[in-house]
Write a protein that binds this ligand. Structure first.
Ligand SMILES: O=C[C@H](O)[C@H](O)[C@H](O)COP(=O)(O)O
Length: 223
């Protein structure tokens, strides 16, 4: 099976967690796009979605799914999103698509985080994939030096030769060279640096369940 087919498989498998009449938390990325397509097949059975990015909002609306603001909803039963890496405790690196801040916000108001991923995303230790960190631009240089002191190397993410601007008007640093043995401690530490909007390690908002696409079908990992 191709990686794209595995993404379709897990996107469809996530439908089993969607309750009739509910508002669904929806992440961002190529795997979530498969989930959104699957969600459209049951759109008459759900109330709508809370989205984590402009891109997902546009896709949801184009398929006729009502999108609510996060602030219009108290709590979501389920948030479905992909990951760039996930370890065997459900900790993740996210933000390869630059949507990490809104993803963490919607995940935080959800009771269950259902991670959908193909098996290339499962790792022993987080950090091979460069950690995305959304930053206020004026702090980027100092934060870069703070990562260097941890042994990391931070690069400003570009789009068409210019700094990428997130949905929140901020920039992204991609930090390589880190071995994240304690994701919770790492997330806590970086969260305290002035100018960090969101660090793309999801340990506080880790996955409850991972639907992992493999050559043998979908494996369910419970954390
Ligand atoms: O900002 C993007 C998100 O964190 C995505 O969930 C993550 O990058 C995985 O995306 P994909 O499903 O395209 O690999």
């Amino acid at each position: 099976m191709t990686q794209d087919e595995l993404k379709t498989l897990v996107g469809q498998a996530a439908l089993q967690y969607i309750q009739a009449g509910s508002i669904v938390g929806v992440g961002t990325g190529s795997t979530v796009n498969k989930f959104i397509d699957a969600l459209a097949t049951i759109k008459d059975k759900i109330a709508g979605a809370v989205s984590s990015s402009v891109a997902s909002t546009e896709r949801l609306q184009a398929l006729g799914i009502k999108v609510f603001e996060a602030g219009e909803v108290d709590e979501l039963a389920v948030y479905v999103d992909g990951a760039d890496e996930i370890d065997n405790a459900g900790n993740m690196i996210k933000g390869g698509g630059a949507a990490l801040t809104r993803e963490k916000i919607v995940a935080a108001q959800s009771l269950q985080f259902i991670c959908i991923a193909d098996d290339s995303k499962l790792v022993q230790m987080l950090g091979h994939f460069p950690v995305p960190v959304e930053v206020v631009p004026m702090a980027a240089r100092r934060i870069t030096r703070q990562f260097e002191a941890l042994g990391g190397s931070a690069v400003l993410r570009l789009k068409n030769g210019l700094p990428l601007v997130t949905d929140n008007g901020q920039h992204i640093l991609d930090v390589s060279g880190l071995s994240i043995a304690d994701p919770l401690a790492f997330e806590s530490q970086v969260n305290q640096w002035p100018g960090v909007v969101t660090v793309g390690v999801f340990a506080f908002q880790k996955a409850s369940i991972c639907l992992l696409g493999t050559a043998d079908g979908v494996k369910t990992l419970n954390f």
